[in-house]
Design a protein around this ligand. Structure first.
Ligand code: NI
Length: 185
């Protein structure tokens, strides 16, 4: 018996991972459309794959446009204390934002290895539908506030580098392209 036959087949219960699009991909600049009730099957199939892809990356947020699906859908999990706390955001929108701003370092799975300080409202109230279709609201500050705004930005074709000066943005995009070229060699 060869060792190959001892290797277990891929677990069918394990959601298949999705390839993450890397900037500057045109799909990352497009505005995603509202999820409607007719999209329920698509959303149900996509959510476990989005979570699995985010955890595997690893990341704390992933939006559907980042895997080439132009729907207003994102997943977030800050994994506090290394425990999972998944949040599925369907049609999320910021309905209130503090005047107070906060600056923190952000990265993005679509700009691997690139980080920069981004300034955003310190606190936000986000309204969305969860995976059961129930309307929900989160009031967030700190990392969660930044993460929610970052993911909602993706649904509007906005990347964290779009919050920076053109000079800084171009520097990061050039560095990313260079690193990817070197990696491909
Ligand atoms: Ni991102």
């Amino acid at each position: 018996m060869s060792t190959a036959t001892l290797i277990a087949p891929p677990d069918a219960a394990e959601p298949a991972l999705l390839p993450i699009l890397i900037a500057p991909h045109a799909a990352l600049k497009a505005k995603a459309r509202t999820v409607r009730s007719a999209d329920a099957d698509t959303v149900r199939a996509l959510l476990p794959r989005l979570f699995a892809t985010m955890y595997q990356a690893p990341g704390i947020g992933l939006a559907a446009p980042q895997v080439g699906v132009p729907l207003r859908l994102a997943v977030v999990d800050l994994q506090p204390d290394d425990t999972r706390a998944p949040i599925a955001l369907i049609n999320p929108q910021v309905v209130a934002a503090s005047e107070e701003l906060a600056t923190r370092e952000e990265g993005c799975l679509s700009l691997p290895g690139q980080y920069a300080d981004v300034t955003r409202p310190a606190r936000v109230k986000v309204r969305f539908e969860d995976e059961t279709g129930a309307r929900r609201e989160i009031e967030a500050d700190g990392l969660l506030a930044a993460c929610l705004q970052h993911e909602i930005d993706h649904l509007d074709g906005v990347l964290f580098v779009d919050h920076l000066s053109a000079l800084k943005r171009n520097m990061i995009l050039r560095r990313l392209a260079k690193e990817l070229r070197q990696k491909a060699k």
